[in-house]
Design a protein around this ligand. Structure first.
Ligand SMILES: [Zn+2]
Ligand SMILES: [Zn+2]
Length: 341
């Protein structure tokens, strides 16, 4: 996938970054509350998007253009749109020396993001102090039972409205449902969170949200900066990564298959440090075959820079966590078989 293709395929992430809400089932998204009195179910997303009510429409580039006040048909402004997309999706930028104005702008946004991240880190550290009284049953039903994990990853259960400032939350009437909170920690700071719901209206479209206005990040991405790592499991979803972590293995999740290029880029940046590491790619077996296709693509790319990469077999299960929850014995044996001693 080229960069523009990744951006095009990440329309949902971009919409969520600006605070739009995916539908309860199939059907329309809820448009941005800043553009409507009642934005509920206005936004049709079928490849491109269209909201008849406020007039936002088009692809990822058009959406960013509209919301950032940039014209996507103007060449110079289009580059700014692409730059913003890189920022939202946290894509690595090829090295080109920025000019003075760009340096100033990027310093400014870094400072704003930095303030938000400090605030967020503070909030999570305060709230996770109450971890003892938290009800971790949902995590436990998914086999995440290692008490060390709850502490280390500062997992939280609670109403997001009571935890986060409103500027970080999508304006959603049932935001309370997203009560399972998994902080994404990078260099010791909380840079975003994954909010998971598990009520009876939860489905594959709407089950997770990120905090609003913060870039997409890997869960446990810091592992890619290590040296002397023997092996690591690369997962699609955060519960798959938690499944491995539950047994003391190292794992990270990329949280969306469009992020495989970013993963590759980060591995490449630390090629020397990771030259002896085995990458086990454990993406989903979804109906459309996207997960497995992305896994194959990633493995080829990693091999092309002499990084060891293998795909992990899931039998008939759709993802790692489902495999583990349904057939723990087989799952653990399959892991023991592949990992180096
Ligand atoms: Zn329309
Ligand atoms: Zn609208």
């Amino acid at each position: 996938m080229g960069n523009n293709e990744i951006i095009k395929n990440s329309l949902d992430k971009i919409l969520m970054y600006y605070g739009a809400i995916p539908p309860r089932g199939t059907g329309n998204w809820t448009c941005l509350s800043s553009r409507h009195k009642n934005p509920r179910d206005n936004l049709s997303v079928k490849g491109d998007i269209c909201c008849c009510h406020c007039g936002i429409k088009g692809d990822s580039f058009a959406v960013i253009g509209e919301l950032e006040g940039l014209g996507h048909k103007d060449k110079e402004q289009f580059l700014l749109i692409v730059k913003k997309a890189f920022e939202i999706l946290n894509m690595p930028v090829e090295c080109k020396k920025p000019n003075r104005h760009e340096q100033y702008e990027s310093k400014k946004t870094k400072k704003q993001d930095g303030n938000t991240i400090n605030e967020l880190t503070q909030i999570i550290s305060e709230v996770s102090k109450k971890a003892k009284t938290m009800n971790y049953i949902y995590f436990k039903t998914r086999g995440i039972i290692n008490p060390y994990l709850f502490k280390k990853y500062r997992l939280i259960v609670g109403n997001p409205k009571r935890i986060f400032p409103s500027k970080l939350l999508p304006n959603l009437t049932n935001i309370w449902a997203y009560e399972y909170i998994i902080p994404i920690i990078k260099d010791g700071r909380v840079v975003n969170c994954i909010l998971r719901r598990n009520d009876n209206k939860s489905n594959s479209n709407n089950k997770t949200l990120n905090l609003k206005g913060l870039p997409v990040e890997f869960f446990n991405g810091d592992y890619l900066k290590e040296t002397n790592l023997k092996y690591i499991f690369i997962c699609e979803g955060v519960f798959d990564a938690l499944t491995f972590l539950n047994f003391g293995h190292k794992a990270l999740s990329i949280n969306s298959i469009v992020m495989i290029n970013k993963l590759f880029q980060e591995v490449k940046n630390n090629k020397e440090g990771l030259k002896n590491t085995i990458f086990f790619i454990a993406f989903d077996q979804d109906e459309k075959g996207w997960g497995q296709k992305a896994a194959a693509e990633l493995i080829n790319k990693l091999k092309s820079i002499n990084i060891k990469a293998k795909s992990l077999k899931l039998k008939e299960y759709k993802d790692i966590n489902e495999y583990y929850c349904n057939n723990q014995k087989s799952f653990l044996e399959s892991i023991d078989k592949v990992i180096p001693i």
